[in-house]
Write a protein that binds this ligand. Structure first.
Ligand code: TZD
Ligand code: CA
Length: 526
């Protein structure tokens, strides 16, 4: 008879979860025993980086990914990173080691007391199987729940379960197939089509799910067919639409009053693949202008249920986009030219203006470069200078939890060796996920890190003004040299001065990972 471990490894292999991101401890070693040839274990040196790498990898492949963490301490270290995975709807399957069952009650060292409760409410499903025999089935459930809910799941397994004998029925999970279909019913679809066709001045709001679901190009067809202005949803984590397209209005500001102001004059706002809405700054007001109706289409039932206004249809955005494209007979408008980029602003004091840095990226790097951005005060400069026309071009920490940038970029680069990948990170953000540099060096991942050093938590200075707190301590971070930090982790690094040197260095070929540090002037996010 087969062991629990053997059946579990087989199941993971059949489901394609063979790249495992982890950081092990004693409780986890028995799961890792005899990992079959086809598996690749990617070691991260801190659990925040482990989850960030897995998040980037899962987002860029569109598939569930196994994360192996150590008991309560490793799981706790991972929680900040998990907030981003939850908001990005990333199907991470977190498998944590547990003490043997008799040691949990007396709280022996490394027992994770009430392990599932520790991870709730972050994860969508969490469990510790009641007996060894149930482990393969529970692992299968963790994978399927992650895929169906599009949310991380958590399974805690006592370490002696792995060598236990699997029951006679254990192999039944091996050929399971679990699929989700969420096409609107005929009546629901027709009502939506009629609503959209009858709108005098519709507006489209697209969320990160549009890019995650592979609908970037379809969204362009739909928008051109409707002739409607397009916004990206607030607190954006993936770019759903080409940002210089003539119909693109930008990312909606993350406050109630400014969102409402943007919709002024529109009778219908159609939101596809986004929560309504992920506001951030508290700028109160009416949710919508007089006479504006909002319809949200999302595959996320909870996002539909918790929205404070509007109608919602819980359906797969891809089925709805298809339906609209088939049903709306308006011809596509002749394509207007894409918006030109403005001259980059320049800084007065020392250091480059971030716009000069982004203009250099735009000009020197290939058009299909994927950017993982974690630089917060440079948001306005970024969108003014960039020209992103391809799916999968932009990733940002979805819940605003810093520590995604560097690890996420490593994960995206591992998933997409066919595309150049660049991390654009601030000197504050970089520290939360810095250990990912070591993984990038060990795997010789071709990744360019552009590190913007302004010596401060720039976005928090701006927030201080907004919140009437001009004198908060703890906002400056002088004395950090990321070229030396990077070299310590095995990553080649350069400090560059001036826009010309930056352009020249960016244009150089690079085989493995490299970090380019550039001093920048302080700007505001908007
Ligand atoms: N800790 C975590 C895990 N996430 C956060 N978002 C913060 C703290 C708070 N925070 C922000 O929201 S922005 C920011 C912090 C500390 C400053 C980031 O500094 P940076 O970028 O150097 O990366 P800028 O461009 O200087 O703002
Ligand atoms: Ca900074």
């Amino acid at each position: 008879m087969s062991s629990v471990r053997r059946v579990s490894h087989d199941f993971l292999e059949r489901q394609g979860l063979t790249t495992v991101f982890g950081n092990p401890g004693s409780n986890e070693l028995p799961f890792l025993a005899g990992l079959p040839e086809g598996f690749r274990y990617v070691l991260g040196l801190h659990e925040g980086a482990v989850v960030g790498m897995a998040d980037g990898y899962a987002q860029a492949t569109g598939r569930p990914v196994l994360v192996n963490l150590h008991a309560a301490s490793g799981s706790g270290n991972a929680m900040g990173a998990l907030t981003n995975a939850v908001a990005a709807r990333t199907p991470l399957v977190v498998l944590a080691g547990q003490q043997v069952r008799p040691a949990i009650g007396p709280e022996a060292n490394l027992a994770s007391v009430d392990a599932p409760a520790l991870m709730k409410p972050l994860v969508g499903w969490a469990a510790e199987p009641a007996c060894a025999e149930d482990v393969p089935r529970a692992l299968a459930q963790a994978v399927f729940e992650a895929r169906l809910q599009r949310r991380p799941t958590y399974l805690s397994v006592p370490y002696d379960d792995w060598s236990a004998e699997a029951g006679d029925n254990a192999a039944a999970v091996l050929d399971r197939r679990v699929e989700l279909a969420a096409v609107p019913g005929a009546g629901q679809g027709q009502r939506l089509v009629e609503r959209v066709a009858a709108a005098r001045r519709p507006a489209l709001v697209l969320g990160g799910d549009i890019d995650s679901d592979g609908l970037f190009d379809d969204a362009v067809h739909l928008a051109e067919r409707l002739g409607a202005p397009v916004w990206a949803a607030p607190s954006l984590f993936r770019l759903p639409f080409p940002n210089r397209h003539p119909q693109f209005q930008g990312v909606l500001p993350a406050g109630i009053a400014p969102v409402s102001a943007a919709f002024e004059g529109h009778d219908l706002v159609l939101v596809l693949g986004a929560p309504v809405f992920r506001y951030h700054e508290h700028l109160p007001g009416a949710y919508l202008p007089e006479g504006t109706r909002l319809v949200q289409v999302t595959g996320d039932a909870s996002a539909a249920a918790r929205a404070p206004m509007g109608e919602a249809l819980v359906a797969d955005p891809s089925a709805v986009v298809d339906l609209l494209l088939k049903s709306l007979d308006a011809p596509a408008r002749p394509a207007a030219p894409y918006r030109p980029v403005p001259e980059p602003l320049t800084a007065e004091g020392p250091g480059l203006h971030p716009e000069q840095v982004f203009a250099a990226l735009r000009d020197e790097l290939p058009e299909d470069t994927a950017y993982v951005v974690e630089s917060t005060s440079t948001n306005a400069a970024w969108w003014r200078q960039m020209d992103l026309r391809r799916p999968g071009s932009y990733y940002f920490p979805a819940a605003g939890g810093l520590g995604f940038g560097l690890p996420g970029a490593v994960g995206v680069a591992m998933a997409r060796p066919d595309r150049p990948v660049v991390a654009v990170v601030g000197d504050g953000s970089a520290n939360y996920g810095i250990t990912a540099l070591w993984t990038a060096a060990q795997h010789r991942i071709p990744l360019t890190v552009v590190l913007l050093r302004n010596g401060t938590y720039g976005a928090l200075r701006w927030f201080g003004g907004l919140l009437g707190v001009p004198d908060a301590p703890g906002l400056d971070i002088p004395g950090l040299d990321f070229t030396r930090i990077a070299e310590g982790y095995g990553v080649a690094a350069r400090h560059v001065e001036g826009a010309e040197e930056l352009r020249a260095v960016l244009a150089e070929p690079a085989a493995g990972p490299r970090l380019i540090q550039v001093d920048t002037a302080l700007t505001t996010p908007s």
